[in-house]
Ligand binder design. Structure first.
Ligand code: MN3
Length: 207
């Protein structure tokens, strides 16, 4: 059986300062992400008698082979594991600015301009009630990009959509620095978006 591990951050805890603070990064990575890793390993161990060689994104894409009473846990812990793994990669101290390449063209096609895309994405992120995520995803069925939001730790993979860029809107992602000011967190976060990573993901998918 696959055992998941807490992935290493691709930078130091204080590298995203002043946009994302060191203490938030440490607690978010070492405690919150670790708890999704542990929860996922535990629920996979509970699925007795069957092995799960597929990576978690394949499991999330089709939950039907998972016993019904465990599907919710897989969704939560598996989503939490993968969403955060991506979150760290989707940020970078040298991030911010605007995307390039084919992703930039696609954003212009579906959202008119990068500025309009950014505005819609931020509005959707602000409008999430309770905890959830805001995403730019690739919709394979229609071969297009879309903005979606998900509740709790739901991953875009459960909707068969591929996450390109994701923003964590749980209070644990921003409360220490921004308290209840979610809009401030969102505008800080744009400064660290790793557009190279996001654009590369898109290029590989839309090939
Ligand atoms: Mn989180």
């Amino acid at each position: 059986m696959v055992r998941y591990q807490l992935p290493k951050l691709p930078y130091s805890y204080d590298d995203l300062e002043p946009h994302i603070d060191k203490q938030t990064m440490m607690i978010h990575h070492q405690r919150h992400h670790q708890s999704y890793v542990d929860g996922l390993n535990k629920v996979l161990a509970e699925i007795s008698g069957s092995s799960h060689p597929q990576y978690i994104t394949s499991i999330l894409s089709d939950l039907t082979p998972i016993p019904e009473n465990l599907q919710k846990k897989i969704k939560f812990f598996g989503g939490g594991f993968e969403n955060h793994r991506l979150l760290w990669e989707m940020m970078n101290p040298d991030g911010g600015g605007i995307p390039g390449g084919r992703l930039a063209d696609s954003i212009d096609v579906y959202f008119n301009s990068f500025e309009e895309f950014k505005e819609i994405f931020s509005m959707e992120a602000l409008s999430i009630e309770g905890s959830g995520w805001s995403w730019l995803v690739f919709n394979q069925t229609f071969n297009k990009i879309e903005i979606i939001t998900t509740k709790n730790q739901d991953s875009p993979w459960i909707l068969n959509k591929i996450p390109l860029l994701g923003l964590d809107l749980w209070e644990h992602a921003y409360y220490l620095k921004h308290q209840n000011l979610r809009a401030d967190y969102i505008s800080s976060w744009w400064n660290v978006v790793n557009w190279d990573y996001v654009s590369n993901r898109f290029s590989e998918l839309s090939g």
